[in-house]
Design a protein around this ligand. Structure first.
Ligand code: PMT
Length: 390
């Protein structure tokens, strides 16, 4: 891989040349970027010698947009050591020197940070808040470790050893779905009756959002097409959220994205029918009689993707059942040309709509079957991703 090692101004900067040496020994190409303060601890000559490439430390030195060309060159950026200052700058979107500018430009690529600082600085709520924010954007933290710190006290704040940082880089390289794009549908659809009413269902989007996060965790880029929900994704670096309202809008977004994807998991609870007509004003009550609403069928997104599916693509559907569960799910698996179907039954307590848990049976086209106990939706999502991508 082409790796950029970013170095900031902490005593642990003395370990950066060793990190560069180990990465090069593992067969990677390395370039270094350092802050002005880092160069108080480790010299330009050392970093240029071990990396075999010019050091990037001055935003204006070459008079070009070097942060952009370096961003285009690098496949991963490892900041070691990462001080409270650089963590705070990234959290606040500040780009006032070479490394912080490069870090902001690197927002679509993987970043690993190895924080190092005094233990009380590390424990400060501002630092903890910033670290949590960076993690929610998909930035990986390695360490810090507990041990003796430069100031002589013992505590959490030591930079992880270079070997540990190299392991983290290797892990991110071996992510199973790196370079793949997956489509996920989530949530309910709303089918308008008039300007204030709709036909909907109880789907919260939790299952679909957990699936998107589980795929992204394995390195995939995810197109998440969701119906109305209050949920947000935490890994916004790798999950592209398309918010839609109706089945027809979901159909348009999903059929547009699917040809660009290696696979799709459709967990949305899509309304099978919509009102034949939608009034552009609030319908008024008329007399004491009831009211008849005429419904027409919505397109079946899953069946359409089943028809479009290329040999190399994997297509996974869900089946929400209340009776004859396995038989019904099996029927959908065949009819819609799927590779897998994930059945959940409303007869299982804690499964289905709105809950934080689910219990599923994954049926494969080859006849094999895997059941889960009642687990969190996050765990169920990880199990599904593991099953359908192996
Ligand atoms: O969102 P949560 O609150 O976490 O709840 C999760 C869930 C219960 C919604 C989820 O686990 C689930 O079961 N999703 C599928 C619900 C459903 O509509 O099942 P179905 O058996 O009616 O549909 C079968 C499959 O066809 C599903 O993959 C569905 O997305 C798809 N479909 C259905 C109709 C349609 N017009 N287009 C579709 O793509």
């Amino acid at each position: 891989m082409r790796i950029i090692v970013g170095i900031t101004g902490g005593i642990a900067a003395y370990k950066a040349p060793e990190l560069v040496r180990l990465l090069k020994k593992a067969g990677h190409e390395v370039r270094c970027a350092a802050t002005e303060h880092a160069l108080e601890f480790v010299t330009r000559v050392t970093l240029e010698t071990v990396s075999g490439a010019p050091l990037y430390s001055n935003l204006f030195a070459s008079g070009r947009t070097e942060h952009i060309s370096l961003k285009d060159w690098g496949e991963i950026l490892v900041v070691a050591p990462a001080t409270a200052n650089i963590i705070g700058k990234v959290a606040g979107g500040i780009a006032d020197d070479a490394l912080s500018t490069l870090l902001l430009a690197f927002s679509q690529k993987p970043v690993i940070m190895a924080p190092a600082m005094n233990c009380e600085m590390w424990a400060h709520p501002a630092v903890q808040r910033n670290v949590a924010l960076l993690k929610s954007w998909g930035i990986r933290m390695v360490g810090p470790e507990e041990g003796e710190l430069a100031c002589g006290v013992n505590g959490v704040g030591r930079m992880a050893e270079p070997e540990q940082i190299v392991d983290a880089v290797c892990q991110s390289e071996s992510l199973k779905l790196k370079g793949e794009r997956w489509l996920v549908t989530a949530g309910p659809t709303y089918e308008r009756i008039d300007s204030v009413r709709f036909i909907g269902n109880y789907s919260s989007g939790k299952m679909g959002f957990a699936l998107a996060e589980a795929l992204a965790k394995q390195g995939a880029d995810v197109e998440l097409v969701t119906g109305p929900t209050y949920l947000n994704v935490s890994n916004c670096q790798h999950i592209n959220v398309h918010r839609v309202e109706s089945a027809r809008e979901m159909y348009a977004a999903a059929t547009e994205a699917f040809p660009r994807c290696q696979g799709a998991i459709l967990s949305a609870a899509v309304a099978d029918y919509r009102p034949a007509e939608c009034a552009d004003h609030k319908l008024k009550k008329q007399g004491d009689e009831g009211m008849t609403l005429q419904l027409v069928q919505n397109p079946d997104i899953l069946a359409t993707l089943g028809g479009m599916k290329r040999e190399s693509q994997r297509l996974v559907g869900f089946a929400l059942e209340t009776d004859h569960e396995l038989e019904n799910a099996q029927g959908k698996l065949k009819r819609k040309n799927l590779d897998y179907i994930v059945m959940n039954s409303l007869r299982d307590k804690g499964a289905g709509f709105g809950t934080d848990t689910n219990k599923v049976t994954i049926l494969a086209a080859d006849g094999s079957r895997k059941e889960s106990p009642l687990l969190s939706k996050k765990e169920v999502a990880e199990m599904i991703v593991q099953e359908v991508t192996s």
